[in-house]
Design a protein around this ligand. Structure first.
Ligand SMILES: Cc1cc2nc3c(=O)[nH]c(=O)nc-3n(C[C@H](O)[C@H](O)[C@H](O)COP(=O)(O)OP(=O)(O)OC[C@H]3O[C@@H](n4cnc5c(N)ncnc54)[C@H](O)[C@@H]3O)c2cc1C
Length: 408
């Protein structure tokens, strides 16, 4: 009887599980067949109105590149004093450039060509396949090394890569930002978008007013949740509800330098809610420096925020590493660190969204323009299932195509 039950489970439940798993696994690197053959970069547009883009991150500047190519009148209003948004790099801490924001290419490498508008399968960038051989788990008390098969399985499940000698920021700067950065007006947080008349009126924090025919909003979901931008008339109930119900977690990234490498490629830490991982940032890079990264998102972040100062957070991390590695962290820590607190940046308010975890109906609602005048772009609006930076850039191309094609 027991044998029959087991067989039934294997033959009925297992295939069902595989089918549903493969459904939700068609994201990022696995969604190669979802990539568009051509994007707005390959098309020509005749649009004689004015477009204002809110935000100079990956999605905003991707959209701007299309406007620039077609000699369309546009302006980018950026809240901070830099472009890139959640893309940022540091060249001061180590002997290689470090991604302080987005770091991994979760998508198949071919996506880089699509983002650049380049045809063909051969990519120019040198990448590091993120095939880890040395990983462990930590539950706060016990440190357990993972067997090789688990490392291999992790890579087959999520075949990611990283840039070998550069960063996401470099890729973005070279292929997108460079062409449009002259159109960015920095230190210009948009506080109000009024689309009740034929022209859209955009107000920034210092009271200055801009006029446009159409606006592309690329502020993060965290910024939209915080109501930092007032829409007049207000967004409808469905849109507000979708924004409220999306997950956009608090989080931060730390980079710490050591005189010796005492740690493995990655240590996954057990947490109740969110993600907590120590990882070798120099993995596969041309580097001599020993740099350990730490990424924390979700409710776990609050335990660190409760410590109040950056130095106290670093002390807590060193203490935890000492527990795992018998005092080797404090013995080899050089005192150099970077802590980028994305959850506390006013114009980011968190880390990332993962569309595959969200309700399809919410995604559809979010993607709807308002009144053929206000459009949205960012990683959550990507229809091609690429996640993160590729998702954000592709959504920029997708939304600007819609904006230019919809009637005025
Ligand atoms: C720590 C961290 C690690 C990550 N790791 C990865 C990874 O490994 N791989 C990956 O693919 N992705 C990763 N991501 C996600 C990735 O960075 C984002 O998906 C992508 O950069 C989002 O681009 P965006 O244009 O949609 O938004 P943003 O980068 O948030 O850009 C929005 C821009 O709008 C500006 N803005 C906001 N409000 C206003 C306003 N009111 N007025 C004017 N301007 C405004 C902001 O300042 C910003 O410049 C990571 C993100 C973080 C924070």
């Amino acid at each position: 009887m027991l044998m029959k039950l087991r067989k039934a489970i294997i033959f009925l439940v297992f295939p069902l599980l595989i089918t549903s798993l493969s459904g939700c696994l068609k994201w990022a690197a696995r969604a190669v067949n979802k990539l568009p053959e051509e994007t707005a970069l390959h098309k020509t547009y005749n649009y004689d109105g004015k477009v204002v883009i809110v935000g100079a991150g990956a999605s905003g500047l991707a959209a701007a590149k299309v406007l620039e190519q077609n000699n369309i009148d546009y302006l980018i209003l950026e809240a901070t004093n830099r472009y890139g948004g959640r893309l940022k790099k540091d060249t001061t801490l180590a002997d290689f450039p470090i991604d302080i924001g987005a770091e991994w290419i979760h998508s198949a490498p071919i996506v880089l060509n699509v983002l650049k508008g380049k045809k063909g399968k051969q990519i120019e960038e040198e990448l590091i396949p993120y095939k880890l051989e040395n990983t462990a788990n930590w539950d706060g008390e016990k440190y357990k090394v993972n067997p090789q098969w688990k490392n291999k399985a992790a890579y087959s499940f999520m075949p990611e890569s990283k840039f070998k000698n550069s960063t996401w920021y470099d890729f973005f700067h070279k292929n997108i930002a460079q062409a449009v950065k002259h159109k960015i007006k920095y230190n210009s947080p948009v506080t109000e978008i009024n689309h009740s008349d034929s022209k859209v009126i955009i107000k920034i924090e210092n009271g200055e007013i801009y006029e446009a025919d159409k606006v592309l909003v690329t502020a993060s979901v965290g910024v939209l949740k915080s109501n930092l931008i007032k829409f007049i008339p207000a967004m409808n109930f469905e849109k507000k509800k979708a924004i409220e119900e999306l997950s956009f977690h608090q989080g931060f990234k730390v980079v710490m330098k050591f005189s010796e490498k005492f740690y493995p490629d990655a240590i996954n830490c057990k947490v109740k809610n969110g993600e907590k991982v120590f990882y070798d940032i120099a993995f596969g890079k041309n580097a001599q420096a020993n740099v350990l990264g730490f990424l924390c998102t979700g409710k776990e972040t609050l335990n660190y925020y409760a410590l109040n100062t950056e130095q106290k957070i670093i002390n807590a991390l060193i203490e935890e590493l000492d527990k795992m590695f018998d005092g080797q962290a404090s013995a080899t820590y050089t005192g150099d660190f970077i802590l980028e607190n994305w959850g506390k940046h006013k114009y980011t308010q968190g880390t990332w969204t993962q569309a595959f975890q969200e309700k399809k109906s919410h995604l559809k609602t979010l993607n709807q323009p308002i009144n053929n005048k206000i459009y949205f772009a960012g990683e959550i609006y990507d229809p091609y299932r690429q996640m993160g930076v590729p998702g954000a850039i592709l959504s920029g191309y997708y939304s600007i195509d819609r904006l230019l094609n919809d009637e005025k």
